[in-house]
Design a protein around this ligand. Structure first.
Ligand SMILES: [Zn+2]
Length: 358
């Protein structure tokens, strides 16, 4: 299949665009998605949106924060428009919706939201090994690669709307499964073939990230085109962050503004469980350290709004936490305006601009 060369451009849901028009960009969000599938393998998205039939209200919010009722389904268009408009009010221009294949990507609605709000939307294309496709064991790396290439070069689900990034690639690790190895290879090959960048969900636990990146390189992937997401989990491990940076990738702190009750924390557990605003403060401290060490050209920030609880209308911080609350906090900490411009504008622009297929 001939691959079009859109080197030097970015691909949004409304078509190819000059990267200079991206402006302030959130690199890792979800506007429409169904992440309830992740918490419950038998979950039926066509049935009631919450397990046990309980609807999400202010009165049941505490149950949803504990995971006792599901809030993973994001399908309300009016709510999405209001939340995206709020981001725009705070100065936002572009949102990258990295919802993986099979978790309810909604091409046409996303394009409508982009037209209505004036915010550019870029869609992702990648697999999340644990949930989709169900028959991943039987699919070859070639088949997985071809379907990603089709999303990037032809369009998603026959809509003609093309993905602008390969992500989020659903690697959880601990340990990395054979299916996960397949989707890492497929992402690397599709990146090489199309010139699109790769955005990883977590990309393995701790040092597994280095193995994941090694696999990308072995498959011909360009590590300078790779984003390691959900780095908030290792925000307390600056030596590891530096080791990953030294491979030439971007590191993305993308759970910022996540509110919740950190019930998952266990005494003696030294790793960050980024489920409280205090953890955003810890990420801020780490960013100061990384800027000091000279890594400002490869830091990315986002919220990973990935369920109703993250939306302002359901008690969350929405898509504007960074612009509204976090960046002012970084400024107080001593981060310069030019550095913030890199995190929010220049670094996303470099990642999202296609290079020539090879
Ligand atoms: Zn993720």
């Amino acid at each position: 299949m001939p691959v079009p060369n859109i080197a030097g451009q970015v691909m949004t849901v409304t078509g190819a665009m000059d990267p200079g028009d991206l402006g302030v960009t959130l690199m890792h969000e979800h506007i429409f998605s169904d992440f309830a599938k992740l918490s419950s393998p038998n979950y039926d998205p066509t049935a009631n949106s919450s397990r046990g039939g309980e609807q999400l209200t202010l009165e049941t919010l505490h149950l949803a924060r504990e995971g006792k009722i599901s809030a993973g389904l994001m399908t309300e268009e009016d709510v999405a428009i209001a939340e995206v408009l709020e981001y725009r009010t705070w100065g936002g221009n572009t949102i990258v919706d990295v919802t993986p294949i099979g978790l309810m990507r909604d091409t046409v609605t996303l394009r409508r939201i982009s037209y209505v709000t004036g915010v550019h939307v870029i869609m992702g294309a990648a697999y999340f090994a644990r949930v989709f496709p169900e028959n991943i064991e039987r699919l070859s790396v070639e088949e997985l690669t071809d379907s990603i290439i089709e999303d990037v070069t032809v369009g998603i689900d026959g809509s003609g709307i093309r993905a602008g990034i390969i992500g989020e690639v659903g690697i959880e690790g601990d340990p990395i499964s054979p299916s996960e190895v397949k989707i890492i290879k497929a992402a690397a090959r599709a990146s090489k073939a199309t010139g699109a960048a790769i955005s990883f969900h977590r990309g393995g636990v701790d040092r597994e990230k280095l193995d994941v990146l090694r696999t990308v390189a072995e498959e011909g992937g360009d590590l300078s085109r790779v984003v390691m997401g959900h780095a908030d989990f290792i925000a307390g491990d600056v030596p590891l962050l530096k080791e990953i940076f030294e491979l030439g990738v971007y590191i993305e702190f993308d759970f910022l503004g996540n509110i919740g009750v950190p019930l998952a924390w266990q005494p003696g557990q030294e790793k960050v469980r980024p489920f409280s605003p205090a953890d955003s403060a810890m990420v801020a401290r780490t960013i100061l350290e990384l800027v000091e060490a000279g890594y400002e050209d490869r830091i990315l920030l986002s919220h990973d709004v990935g369920g109703k609880l993250r939306l302002k209308r359901y008690g969350g911080m929405g898509y504007s936490f960074l612009l509204e609350k976090f960046l002012p906090h970084l400024r107080v900490g001593g981060v310069q305006e030019g550095q913030i411009h890199k995190f929010m504008v220049e670094n996303p622009r470099k990642v999202l601009t296609f290079v020539a297929p090879s």
